[in-house]
Design a protein around this ligand. Structure first.
Ligand code: PAF
Length: 274
């Protein structure tokens, strides 16, 4: 496995190694990321994983500085998972001058997580477009855990006619249901014990719908109230059409319920398709 931090070296190294399968990450890798690498191996001759904590997607007062940086451990895991190249650019390599052009995602980027993290998806889409241009992969693999991000990237690829196939990786969960996330490491012991309640709230909504309940707003409110009673600060619990991410309507072919809530200072997100 090669570790490369310069764009020019990466481009040279990738010559003749198409098709490249690409997994962009911000590091602090867990089983969820490694499952994406495994998936990428099925689609490319050469698997490139990027590790870059992207300042463009963090707002003021968010966890950019304290975001865990664990490069050595990440590289060991990637080597074992069969990645071919780890791309670890510095901020200066990607932004030798301030990034003045930004991708402007559609209005869905201002809902759900975008409503509480204004500009977040502009930053995500901008860095992903830059990384796609640098790596020029045949495909990119993104986790469903970041469902709204996946939706926005799919839209960007489609509308900009990028010749890149996007694959979605299933969310990997701990035994108690908590979705694996780099941010789980911020949780105290008590918070970690409480954290699976978010997933259980989503499961309850799915079960209620399956048993014939049709009042979407009432289900969302009940889940929000239950979380709040257990000490969560809820950003949203929202039932959406899985293809458009617009508010769910009777008769939708596929739905997803998404949730984001804070336990103490840690913000967790999760979702469930059905
Ligand atoms: O999902 C992430 O880790 C990040 O948002 C991504 C896609 C690597 C862009 O910085």
């Amino acid at each position: 496995m090669e570790i490369i931090s310069a764009i020019a070296v990466l481009r040279e190294t990738l010559q003749g190694r198409q098709p490249v399968a690409f997994v962009p990450t911000m590091g602090n890798l867990h089983e969820g990321h490694l499952a994406l690498v495994e998936q990428a191996r099925q689609h490319g001759r050469c698997v490139v994983v990027s590790i870059f904590v992207n300042p463009l997607q963090f707002g003021a007062g968010e966890d950019l500085e304290k975001y865990p940086r664990t490069l050595e451990a990440d590289c060991r895991k990637l080597q074992a998972a069969g990645a071919d190249i780890v791309f670890t650019p510095s901020a200066h390599e990607l932004f030798p001058t301030p990034q003045q052009f930004q991708v402007e995602p559609p209005s869905i980027a201002s809902e759900l997580c975008g409503a509480v993290r204004p500009g977040h998806f502009h930053g995500v889409a901008t860095i992903v477009l830059k990384l796609f241009n640098i790596v020029q992969p045949a495909c990119g693999v993104f986790g469903k855990k970041d469902y709204q991000q996946l939706h926005i990237i799919r839209g960007m690829v489609r509308e900009f006619d990028l010749p890149i196939q996007i694959f979605a990786g299933e969310t990997i969960r701990a035994e108690d249901g908590l979705a694996l996330s780099s941010r789980n490491g911020y949780l105290s012991q008590e918070e970690r014990a409480e954290a699976p309640r978010l997933y259980r709230a989503l499961l309850q909504i799915r079960e209620a719908l399956a048993s014939g309940q049709i009042d979407f707003a009432a289900l969302e409110t009940a889940a929000r109230n239950d979380l709040a009673r257990h000490g969560w600060q809820v950003d949203y619990i929202s039932l959406r059409n899985a293809n458009t991410l617009q508010a769910a309507q009777p008769g939708d072919a596929a739905r997803v319920v998404l949730g984001a809530a804070r336990l103490g200072t840690t913000r967790l997100i999760d979702n469930l398709e059905f």
